[in-house]
Design a protein around this ligand. Structure first.
Ligand code: TAP
Length: 450
């Protein structure tokens, strides 16, 4: 049994039995059997079952949200939005089941058509930072495309995933089509990667584990979608609405206590407005309400664990902290939002993913330098650009090597638009209109008519 702790208090809230390698292999075997039936389900029926699942999630939003506040320390407002996101993603891909079209291609001597065949069993490995949405971004399109799913939540945050598994069954999703298997990454996750019956792995988490999964998946030629780390830039040009850019910058990085692969954790500010921007940023950071995440007005909660808090704190050793916000003291894993002025672009705090409520602010002199600084990273997941010049906004958005950029906004992930990273931020795209393609093999069939 593994204890699940409330990160706001450090208290144990549940104990969850983890799967073994053997019980994981049994579950994969049942998922492989269920695949034969699920892929043969009539499209309209599969779509209706996913809509029923969405309705079950909708009816359970408050319960799911309270679980997420308790196990992950998410603010109650965010947690409700995350449960609603699972519902919305299920509905979105339910709408895709009957619209996942193939092609008819002009050829001589017959007709040529393509089919989107499901892959089989899909293994989804989920991290602790957004336990519900990240699970849904994988299982909704996977199920819609006709695959069965085995899903491993993070050991730190298994409770909402377990509940989603129950809701699927209550909604009528056939047995073994969607199984949630709590347990350790080195046991359950590794068993997914090792098993030749698993056709695809969807992994979200650290770049180091992602690299391992990619290498090991090659042995059985598994398809992979990897969503890994980030070190995204928030570029503020001198012609931007500075008040708006400064007021929103804290929420672009400190949301979910900075435990967000899309966190805009490097603010790059044009030299001529650097000092003014910092003057505006300070009250905005101090205004972030860091408190008990179950309170309706909470804007930031604790970090996920004592170990992670120590890891994030280690980035603050020996750096120049310009100013901080507030955080509760006492029990729980709290850290005040912190703004750092790095000494060099090579500082660890500039180059490595901190995954906590810490942001650096650096200056640039011209557009080309801003883009070069944004791209001076092994990662390329997200980013923001603030300017009133639409041409510059578009040039910068095209120039930054990142998968999901926003101009005059910190919007990152919408279920109707593609999401994923360049460079070492990952492989493949989740969400958006084409996500079901990555859960199918395209089959080409030629039928002679002559
Ligand atoms: P990881 O170790 O990468 O964990 C992510 C998931 O992978 C968890 O479910 C984990 O299981 C599982 N896992 C671990 N080893 C595995 C293996 N050998 N085979 C298959 N699955 C395995 O991340 P973490 O330790 O939680 O966080 C470390 C750092 O990763 C963070 O500080 C942050 O920088 C980054 N991170 C990034 C993201 C995103 S969204 N890109 C999310 C979380 C963390 P367990 O239950 O055993 O942990």
């Amino acid at each position: 049994m593994t204890d699940v702790l409330n990160p706001s208090t450090g208290e144990t809230i549940a104990a969850v039995a983890g799967h073994t390698v053997e019980s994981t292999q049994d579950a994969i075997g049942r998922a492989a059997d269920a695949f034969q039936r699920w892929k043969a389900t009539a499209p309209a029926e599969r779509a209706e079952l996913l809509r029923a699942f969405a309705r079950a999630v909708d009816a359970d939003i408050e319960h799911l949200a309270r679980l997420e506040v308790a196990e992950a320390g998410h603010t109650i407002g965010n947690a409700r939005g995350e449960a609603a996101n699972v519902r919305d993603v299920l509905n979105y891909y339910a709408g895709g089941v009957e619209r996942h079209l193939g092609d008819q291609i002009p050829v001589a001597g017959g007709i040529d058509v393509t089919f989107n065949d499901p892959l089989g069993v899909v293994g989804i490995i989920v991290p602790w930072n957004f336990p519900m949405p990240i699970a849904g971004w994988g299982f909704a399109p996977a199920l819609a495309a006709g695959n069965t799913v085995v899903l491993k939540p993070a050991e730190l945050t298994p409770l909402t995933a377990i509940r989603l598994g129950e809701l699927a069954v209550e909604a009528g999703i056939p047995v073994d089509v969607f199984q949630v298997l709590p347990g350790a990454g080195s046991t359950v996750g590794q068993a997914f990667t090792d098993d030749p019956r698993v056709a695809k792995i969807v992994f979200t988490g650290s770049t180091s584990v992602g690299e391992k999964i990619l290498a090991e998946s090659a042995k059985t030629m598994k398809r992979t979608t990897l969503e890994l780390g980030g070190k995204s830039a928030n570029i503020v040009f001198a012609d931007a609405d500075l008040e708006q850019a400064a007021a929103t910058a804290p929420y672009g990085v400190f949301d979910n206590a900075g435990q967000d692969c899309c966190a805009r954790s490097r603010i790059l500010v044009e030299d001529s407005v650097f000092d003014r921007f910092l003057e505006l940023l300070e009250p905005a950071v101090k205004g972030v309400r860091v408190t008990d995440p179950s309170q309706e007005d909470a804007e930031m909660g604790p970090l996920i664990s004592a170990g992670h808090l120590a890891s994030v704190r280690s980035f603050l050793d020996g750096v120049d902290v310009a100013f901080t916000g507030d955080a509760p003291s006492g029990a729980g894993y709290w850290l005040a939002p912190s703004v750092v002025l790095p000494k060099s672009p090579q500082d660890r705090i500039v180059t490595e993913e901190v995954f906590g409520p810490v942001v650096t602010v650096q200056r640039f002199r011209e557009e080309s330098e801003a883009i070069a600084m944004a791209n001076d990273s092994q990662y390329g997941l997200s980013g923001s650009i603030w300017t009133r010049d639409i041409g510059r906004g578009l040039r910068a958005a095209r120039g930054v090597e990142s998968g999901a950029l926003s101009v005059n906004s910190h919007a990152a992930v919408r279920y109707s638009t593609p999401f994923g990273g360049f460079k070492r931020s990952g492989i493949g795209r989740e969400l958006g209109p084409h996500a079901m393609d990555s859960f199918t093999e395209m089959k080409n069939v030629f039928i002679a008519t002559d």
